[in-house]
Ligand binder design. Structure first.
Ligand code: MN
Ligand code: MN
Length: 315
């Protein structure tokens, strides 16, 4: 038996696909007779940490520089990247063995022949799932959960333009193996990964805020997008209250704030100003309740919110 170690690594600034693909591909190599160790380029983000904990995986070891981490060298596979700027530093000291990826080809260059598996799909773990199947390898339940999570993450639950029918089909199969409800799991993941918690109403309000003008009317419209309705509901009351002070301080006639749920494709619009209810009724044909108007299908401030508001002000 060779004592050369084999590693699988994802890209710098790791996301869920990057870390989970290193684990799932290392497991495939191990099942097929080449013991391999997953590593990652940095600390897992909140979403990935939730996924690792949920399926009982430890955080892979962090490698900042290969020459320091493995001075004796070793075999290296890359998942979810191939461009040199995204590879962990010092990788030239390693024996590059292969790549599994779904990104464009950058400047990838090797000394010898390598295994390459590249497909234009929505997630590296979609490709890795196919590799398990093609090699007649059983997919362990916890690995299925990881791979499913990565597909959910990369495709924003099948809503990203990069998502293909193959990604969704494979995700549904993985969900069966893992015994997971896809939609419920996605919500829990996105909630865990959200970064609104800990921010003040002031910080949230100005994350994406613009002022507009319609003849003599000055108004401001802020927007927050999220995949988690619970998170949006949590900030509703404090943002509504904060909007009064924005209106005062900036001398505005109206202030609006869009709480946009990307998954449901719905905006809860918070309103502030004299007879703002009437403005919304004229612009959207919807009657707000308690200063909140529910606007199904409204996602874009530029293409939907502003034209309808301008129209309503002019009536
Ligand atoms: Mn990635
Ligand atoms: Mn990816």
């Amino acid at each position: 038996m060779s004592d050369v170690k084999t590693y699988v690594a994802g890209h710098k600034s790791p996301d869920t696909d990057s870390i989970c693909s290193a684990i799932s591909f290392a497991n495939l190599l191990t099942q097929m007779g080449t013991p391999a160790t997953p590593v990652c380029a940095g600390e897992a983000n909140k979403e990935t940490t939730y996924v690792l904990n949920h399926f009982g995986f430890e955080h892979p070891q962090i490698v900042k520089n290969w020459e320091e981490f493995a001075p004796e060298g070793g075999n290296l596979y890359l998942t979810d990247h191939n461009e040199s700027k995204q590879i962990i530093d010092g990788y030239k000291s390693m024996n590059m063995c292969g790549v599994v990826d779904h990104h464009r080809i950058g400047d990838f260059e090797t000394d010898g022949p390598v295994f390459m598996r590249l497909e234009p799909v929505g997630c590296s773990n979609t490709i890795i799932t196919k590799l398990y199947m093609e090699n007649n390898q059983e997919i362990p339940k916890d690995i299925a959960g990881l791979m499913l999570s990565a597909i959910i993450s990369d495709t924003v639950l099948f809503r990203s333009p990069t998502c293909t029918p193959v990604d969704e089909q494979i995700a549904r199969e993985l969900a069966q193996i893992a015994g997971i409800d896809v939609e419920e799991h996605a919500k829990a993941m996105f909630r865990a990964g959200s970064d609104l918690s800990g921010k003040t109403p002031n910080e949230i309000f100005y994350m994406d805020y613009k002022k507009f003008n319609a003849d003599t009317i000055d108004f401001g419209v802020g927007q927050i997008t999220s995949m988690d309705q619970g998170e949006l509901d949590d900030i509703k009351a404090s943002i509504l209250e904060y909007m009064d002070s924005v209106k005062e301080e900036q001398g505005l006639d109206y202030v609006f704030f869009m709480l946009t749920n990307i998954l449901d494709e719905t905006t809860h619009l918070l309103i502030c100003g004299p007879e703002a209810e009437g403005v919304i009724e004229r612009g959207f044909g919807v009657t707000p309740e308690d200063k909140v108007a529910i606007l199904p299908g409204v996602m874009s401030r530029k293409k939907q919110m502003i034209p309808n508001l301008l129209n309503a002000f002019q009536q």
